[in-house]
Every structure is written in structure tokens, then in C-alpha cells.
Design a protein around this ligand. Structure first.
Ligand code: BGC
Length: 762
């Protein structure tokens, strides 16, 4: 073992010639780490537990000094090999030569930006999701990054929450599948391969359930609901091998996640058997004082380390307080060692002991231009982006557009490079993004004319503009057109009048769907609503292209637009991808991963809600049922909804048997037919309802889905296998059980319009 360790040390000294020294067996790993811990001073151990933000925490010379002293375990926010190399040089010059690791928020792309996470989930296409994740990892690893703070699998039922854009929607099954796919794609063959990054699933746990959708707010939730709805995606990401877990900023039933022993010890480590590293969120240890569970810094550090926070992000408290806490005996060396073991284990798994420069490489191999076009993966981004768009309305076949005549592109998001990228756009460069204006012109060439008018600012609310520009250090995020709103609209109307069709690019600026950007309204901002009304008044066909990171309130658009395409924030190749869809070069196939309420007052509108005693029955209004009386009930666009340029029909469900035995299987099949005149893809969705159980069960739950491509006129039998596992739920004792009785199996092309068939579990 000692030999291995010495080889490891030599590898650090004479890098990267020792890249082939890869101790692999689990036993070797354990012994290697134990041996290393045995040589560490308390200060060095504590150093390993500190994750430092480059550019925010301390000046560069001090960072280098602290790394060289062995006082920093990892850093985040550097995105080039040239930036990371001197930091790693400092680490391998430290007494024990323990490498540091480099992390970054690689959420939906690194240099090439893919559509935002909510859009990735809208594809319901795991190959597309995997392509986005794998490409992001390859690009990030090529920039010397070892770990990503992703995927984010926080389920949310509240679109007011700005981070809705970062997640995969409202459904446990879809979020779990998408999250697990991302983890596997990030980590590739294994986290220690040169083109992989280690995933750290976040934010553990329940962050998407913050009260009122207000970021960082408290979460209060019954254990059954946690286990049934909110926890499965984290577990799925761990089962997929996520090496890390980022702990959430919120509290859970009165205890902040960062100080939550139940969460990290009992659930994560004991019940789920997690063996990787836990990372606090940014400054979360200090925030324990604000939460009111720690009276001072010392208590905060003590609570966090004891609860199981291995790495303290943006740390000062572990450095300042842990030495004294250990000295006084309040924190044991064992507790410190436990955390250090996980940090070193993660570094081991990332391949950094075998070669600290695994992803940084040799200086001579550094890219001459980090932003070079040749480093981008445009084709992949375009492919994934068009698969993620959802056609919400298409009256009288307004879409696809013909590449002829004159097309008026109007709206503040029609030529907005920054917004195309969406929030958390990693090392994406706005100048490299294709706007819709560019995309439309690329698509039509000289066959048609595309004219553009801005028509409005994203918002005229000076307070909102100030808010959105608050955090941007390099350049303002939102640049206002100084012309008066009336003049902007008048100009747009003039342009629209001379065109055959209007494409209105409206929605949110990207910062409106971001961390801490919670909204009280889901409306398209007033400036753009006024523009849309003026455009409608021209009488020209109106196609609304939405760019936004959360469900919006779209009643007016649904009533007045001829077509609506939800494009989310579609990334570097967004403009080309949207043009592909608008002109029918790609037939839209996305489905909503989250319900669109009719108004803020309807929140939450998630489809898989529990049954109640007095349900509202559509078409049979009346008193004393559960309803809002001023407007139609239920989502405007339900979960799983999305149109195509072709039409599909589903046959009735045929079941292999009316009874499912506990050790048996049931096959449900439907015939899907493309009854239209174009080839197209759709998603066949399987839902199950437990008709009567010991606990109230949801009206339906997604259990499986298939994305199917059919040529015009073609049909295909789509089969689903159901076994006891699909019927299991957490009962009042938190046992995962399937109870005998009747079930209602539903298959549809969205969650609302379904075929049904009963069966019994015996
Ligand atoms: C966010 C995390 C993110 C971290 C590092 C925090 O503010 O909540 O999601 O990973 O910053 O950038």
C-alpha cells in the first residue's frame, strides 16, 4: 500500500508521466486514503474540507498561498486549463501533495449551451438528454474541470420559484429518469476518465418546495409526501452513481438541511447507503446563524460538521472554528476524519491521485483560444434544442411557415443573444449564440424576407430592470431601448403590417428565471402584452414564440394567437433550432414536464395531486366542490401536453390479463397511429391510479413513457410492462408496499386526455 502511495506522490511530482498509476481495487482505495489521513495534521485535514470560490473569496495570491499550505480542498468558478494549472501546481507543491479539484456549475452545457434543464425534460428523450450531458462533460473536462454542481433534480409545484428553469419539472418519474440520465452522461465510463466530470446532485433536499415559491424559504412537508414525491429523484441520481451531493439552502420541517442529521446521516448515509462526498451550498454553514439554529459561527460550524457536511462551500467557518472545536473536544477527530475521507475519496474517484493534471493536461496542449468555434458542438445543441420545444397551439395549420413572402419578427427576445443562453450558462459566450432573427434568416436564405422590430422592452418596470442588472459584473444583463413604449410599438406595427405573418418573440429575460428570481405574477410583462395586443389588431397571422424559464399565464395568447411555440431558453443554437421548427424542417415533439396554470391563484396545479372528498368535475360546476369559481379549473396546458404538425390517434388499451399476480407481469398495449400527412414523433404516456388504498393516492401517476417516431399513415403497437413495483407507494409507516385491489391504468398523449382500463392486483 505504501508503495502505491509513494507512486502517487511521485506522480504528483513528475506529472503527468505517472498517469498510468491508477490504484483501482476498492481495498486499495480505502487503504490509500487511510494511509494518507494518518499522515495529515489537523490543519491539513480541515483544509481538505474547504471549497473556495475563485474571484469571490480571497485575492489570487492568498489562494495560491493557502493551497500550497494544504488549506484548501477544492475551488470553483475557474473555467480554463491555464487558470487551473497554477492552482494545481500549488497543491502538488504542498507538504503532502494532495491535489485539489476544480468544480463549476455545468448545468446545461459548458461552452456550447444546450437548452435549459426544464427544456431538456420537455424532450422526454433520454438520448437527447444524454447528448447534452455528455457533451457538457467533454467540454468542461477539456477545460480542466473535475466536478459539476449538477444535475438539479428539485421537484417543484410552484412556477413562481425562479429555479423552476433549472429543474426537470413536477413529476417524480420524469425528473428521476432525466436526472439519472444526466448523472450517467456527466460521469461517462467512470468519473476517473479524462473526459468525465463527477456529478453532484442538488439541492438535497426538497428545495423546490420552498413555501410560496419564494427562494430560500422554509419547507414543511409530511414524510409520506417526501418519500413519495420529492425524494425519489435524488435517490435515482445516487443510484445512477452521482459521486457528490450538494445540500440545500432551505430548512426541512424546522431544521436547515445544512444542519440536518436526519437528512444526511439517517437518510442519505444509512438508509440510502451513499458513499460519496457532501457539499454545502454557497455560504450555507454561516447561514445557520440566520436560520436561527446557531447562535454564532462556532456553533454553525459545529452543527454542520456533525450533521454531515463534508465540504464547506465559500468557507471561512470550517477554517476558523473547527480547530478550536476539536481542541475543546466538541468535535472529535473522528468526525473530521469522516469528512476528510469522503473528500479524498471523491478526489480518488475523479482520478486525481493517479494524475492531478488528468483534465488540465500539458500547457503546450492548451487551446490557443478558449472560445474558438472549433471547440463548440453546434450540431448537438441544435438537435437537442429542437427536440425540447413544445407546440402549444396551432390553429388552422398556421405552422409550419412557408419560406416565402415577408416575415415580421417582432419582440424584445427576437434578437437577444444573452437571453438565448438561459441562466447558469457556464462558460457560454453570448456572442456565439444564434438569435431567432439570425436563425430565421439562415433558414430562408433568399427565398423570403425577414424584417425585425423590437416592439417593446422585456419590461418597462425600472425596479425590475435594476433587479435583473444587479448581479452582472461584466455588462448589464438587460439593456433598455430608450425609445418610448408607444414609439416602439408603432414601429413594430408598421413593420408587421407590411408582412404576411408575424412571429412575436416574447417572454422573460433569462434573469427572471434564475436563482432568487421568484415572481408574484406569471404574466408576460405588461410592455410585451401591450405589444402583442397591437400586433393582434393588425389582423395578420400571429405566431407567438415564447422564451421563458417557467410556466407562464397564457390565457390571452391561447385565445388570440394563431400558433404558440414554447422554446424555453434554447441555447447557443436556439435561433436555428426554433427556425427548424417554425418552418417544419423539424416536426415538434416536446411535451410539457410541468403544468401551466391559468393564473397565479391556481398554484399549485401539478397533475398528480391527491384525491379529495369533493372533487370538482369538469362540465358539472356547482357549489360545494373543490374549485375556484371565477375561472375555469385545472391547468391551461396539462403536464405531458404538446402538439405536432401531424395528428396521432390511440386505440383502446388492451391488457394481457385483468389480474396481476405479485410475482407476475401485465402487458398493456395500445396502437398508436399517425393519422396526419407528415412524419412525426410523440410521447405515449402510461399513468396508474390506485383506486382504494390504506392512504389517499394521487389521481394518477406517470409510470412509464415511450417516444415513438411514425411515418405519415404508419401505426405501431406500443407495449408497457407493469409489475408490482409500479404499484408501490409509501404507506403511513413509510413502508414501500403495493396493496392488493383495483387499479386504473391510463394511456394518453398527455396527462389529461387518456384511455383507461382497470385491473386488479392479487
Ligand atoms: C446555488 C448552487 C450553486 C452554487 C455555486 C449557489 O448559490 O444555490 O446551485 O451550485 O451557488 O455556484
Amino acid at each position: 500500500m505504501k508503495r502505491l502511495y509513494l507512486l502517487g506522490l511521485l506522480a504528483c511530482l513528475v506529472q503527468p508521466a505517472f498517469a498510468d498509476v491508477k490504484p483501482t481495487a476498492a481495498q486499495d482505495r480505502q487503504a490509500f486514503i487511510a494511509d494518507l489521513i494518518g499522515r495529515m495534521t489537523l490543519e491539513e485535514k480541515i483544509g481538505q474540507l474547504r471549497l473556495i470560490s475563485i474571484g469571490a473569496d480571497m485575492p489570487q495570491p492568498q489562494i495560491l498561498k493557502e493551497i500550497a499550505a494544504g488549506h484548501i480542498g477544492g475551488t470553483f468558478n475557474t473555467v480554463t486549463r491555464a487558470d487551473n494549472r497554477p492552482l494545481q501546481d500549488a497543491a502538488v507543491s504542498s507538504r503532502l501533495k494532495i491535489p485539489i479539484f476544480f468544480a463549476y456549475d455545468v448545468v446545461h452545457g459548458h461552452r456550447t449551451i444546450f437548452p435549459i434543464s426544464l427544456a431538456l425534460a420537455s424532450s422526454w428523450d433520454m438520448q437527447a438528454v444524454a447528448l447534452a450531458g455528455r457533451t457538457s462533460a467533454i467540454e468542461a473536462a477539456a477545460d480542466g474541470i473535475d466536478m459539476t454542481f449538477a444535475p438539479m433534480v428539485d421537484i417543484t409545484h410552484d412556477p413562481r420559484w425562479g429555479r423552476t428553469s433549472e429543474g426537470f419539472g413536477e413529476d417524480p418519474h420524469l425528473v428521476s429518469m432525466t436526472g439519472a440520465t444526466m448523472v450517467k452522461a456527466f460521469q461517462g465510463a467512470a468519473p476517473n476518465t479524462a473526459d468525465s466530470v463527477m456529478a453532484s446532485v442538488k439541492h438535497f433536499a426538497l428545495y423546490g418546495a420552498v413555501e410560496g415559491g419564494r427562494d430560500y424559504n422554509t419547507v414543511d412537508m409530511s414524510p409520506v409526501r417526501m418519500y413519495q414525491e420529492y425524494l425519489p429523484p435524488y435517490k435515482a441520481a445516487l443510484d445512477a452513481g452521482s459521486g457528490g451531493v450538494m445540500v440545500a439552502l432551505n430548512s426541512i420541517n424546522g431544521v436547515p438541511a445544512t444542519a440536518n442529521t436526519w437528512l444526511m446521516h439517517d437518510l442519505l448515509r444509512k438508509e440510502w447507503g451513499f458513499k460519496g462526498v457532501t457539499v454545502s451550498d454557497h455560504g450555507a454553514v454561516t447561514e445557520l446563524i440566520n436560520h436561527g439554529v446557531a447562535d454564532n459561527e462556532r456553533e454553525a460550524a459545529k452543527l454542520a460538521i456533525k450533521a454531515g457536511i463534508d465540504l464547506s462551500m465559500h468557507d471561512s467557518l470550517y477554517r476558523d472554528e473547527l480547530p478550536g472545536l476539536v481542541k475543546s473536544g466538541e468535535v472529535s477527530v473522528q468526525e473530521i476524519d469522516n469528512a476528510v475521507r469522503e473528500v479524498l475519496g471523491a478526489k480518488y474517484d475523479m482520478g486525481l491521485f493517479a494524475d492531478p493534471y488528468l483534465r488540465i493536461g500539458k500547457a503546450t496542449d492548451d487551446p490557443q483560444d478558449n472560445n474558438a468555434e472549433s471547440r463548440l458542438h453546434r450540431e448537438a445543441a441544435r438537435d437537442v434544442a429542437r427536440k425540447s420545444m413544445v407546440l402549444l397551439k396551432n390553429e388552422a395549420r398556421t405552422l409550419p411557415l412557408k419560406k416565402q413572402g415577408r416575415i415580421a419578427l417582432i419582440g424584445p427576445l427576437g434578437d437577444a443573444k444573452v437571453d438565448m443562453l438561459g441562466s447558469w450558462s457556464a462558460a457560454g459566450v453570448p456572442m456565439q449564440a444564434v438569435t431567432l432573427y439570425q436563425g430565421l434568416r439562415n433558414a430562408v436564405g433568399d427565398k423570403a424576407q425577414v424584417v425585425y422590430a423590437r416592439g417593446a422592452n422585456v419590461t418597462d418596470d425600472a425596479h425590475v430592470v435594476d433587479y435583473l442588472n444587479f448581479l452582472n459584473w461584466d455588462a448589464p444583463e438587460v439593456v433598455q431601448d430608450p425609445r418610448p413604449p408607444k414609439e416602439l410599438i408603432a414601429n413594430a406595427v408598421e413593420v408587421a403590417r407590411q408582412a404576411d405573418v408575424i412571429v412575436a418573440a416574447v417572454g422573460e429575460s433569462r434573469g427572471m428565471s434564475h436563482e432568487s428570481s421568484s415572481r408574484t405574477s406569471l404574466s408576460i410583462p405588461a410592455s410585451q402584452r401591450a405589444l402583442l395586443k397591437a400586433l393582434k389588431a393588425t389582423g395578420k397571422p400571429l405566431v407567438i414564440v415564447l422564451m421563458n424559464g417557467r410556466p407562464l399565464q397564457l390565457n390571452w395568447a391561447q385565445a388570440n394567437a394563431d400558433a404558440i411555440l414554447e422554446t424555453w431558453f434554447s441555447g447557443t443554437e436556439g435561433g436555428n433550432a426554433i427556425a427548424d421548427v417554425l418552418f417544419g424542417d423539424y416536426n415538434p415533439s416536446g411535451k410539457l414536464p410541468i403544468s401551466f396554470p391559468r393564473s397565479v391563484g391556481q398554484i399549485p396545479t401539478y397533475y398528480n395531486h391527491l384525491r379529495i372528498g369533493r372533487p370538482f368535475i369538469e362540465g358539472k360546476p356547482g357549489n360545494y366542490t373543490s374549485q375556484y369559481f371565477e375561472e375555469p379549473n385545472g391547468a391551461l396546458y396539462p403536464f405531458g401536453y404538446g402538439l405536432s404538425y401531424t395528428q396521432f390517434s390511440l386505440s383502446d388499451i388492451s391488457l394481457s390479463s385483468a389480474t396481476l399476480r405479485r410475482d407476475g407481469r401485465l402487458e398493456a398495449s395500445v396502437t398508436l397511429k399517425n393519422t396526419g400527412t407528415r412524419d412525426g414523433e410523440t410521447v405515449v404516456q402510461l399513468y396508474i391510479q390506485d383506486i382504494a388504498a390504506s392512504m389517499i393516492r394521487p389521481v394518477k401517476e406517470l409510470k412509464d413513457f415511450r417516444k415513438v417516431m411514425l411515418k405519415a399513415g404508419e401505426e405501431q403497437v406500443v407495449r408497457f410492462d407493469i409489475d408490482e413495483d409500479e404499484l408501490k407507494f409509501y404507506n403511513a409507516q413509510l413502508q414501500h408496499v403495493a396493496e392488493a385491489g383495483r387499479f386504473n391504468l391510463q394511456i394518453g398523449l398527455d396527462s389529461k386526455d387518456v384511455k383507461q382500463q382497470g385491473f386488479e392486483l392479487r
